[in-house]
Design a protein around this ligand. Sequence first.
Ligand SMILES: O=C(O)CCC(=O)C(=O)O
Ligand SMILES: [Fe+2]
Length: 207
Amino acid sequence: MTDYYQGSLLDAGVAPEIQPLAPERTVLSNGAWVDVRPGWISGSDDVFLPLQTEVPWRADSREMYDRVVDVPRLLAHYGVGATLPHPLLLTAREMLSDHYEPELGERFATAGLCYYRDGRDSVAWHGDRIGRGRSGDTMVAIVSLGAARRLSLRPRGGGPQIGFALGHGDLVVMGGSCQRTWDHAILKTARPVGPRISVQFRPRGVL
Ligand SMILES: O=C(O)CCC(=O)C(=O)O
Ligand SMILES: [Fe+2]
């Protein structure tokens, strides 16, 4: 990998720190919702850069509907009990679990990391419904690091698309029926964008 992230000017020399949660909820149709907390992790250059160089990234493919498709991005998965690749991610996961457990009924247990090298890397429209997200309400919490990309969402049955611009250190949580009644995507962009790492925390059995 040659295209190293240069670090954001805002974050230069600032130690990483997780801010209080206090997310803002957008209620969608059919029992889905999205919580957003911009700037949840400040100083996140010191998280992005070690992840970029030290995580054992591999090419991604993903089961979608009835087939497996190549997904142009790199990926690493940390299952139940795995040691996360940066201590701040453990703190983030525990904070998310403490905050959402009363509503979710369980704690976040796994972390999927995705590395989008530039605007050509993407993930097509899908819901996280290979596992339990297919049949029941759940949550997927995403910490976005590096270059800003847009998380696009649209109802599965058709309807207008919405989107959230996810910048360095932002948190977004998709909840309720979002994985089975809505689809989401990180679409390709022709804009010159730098690399982005997405960290998705999920409960056990949600994929
Ligand atoms: O990159 C992101 O933030 C979203 C990734 C995603 O939807 C997935 O891997 O299931
Ligand atoms: Fe997803």
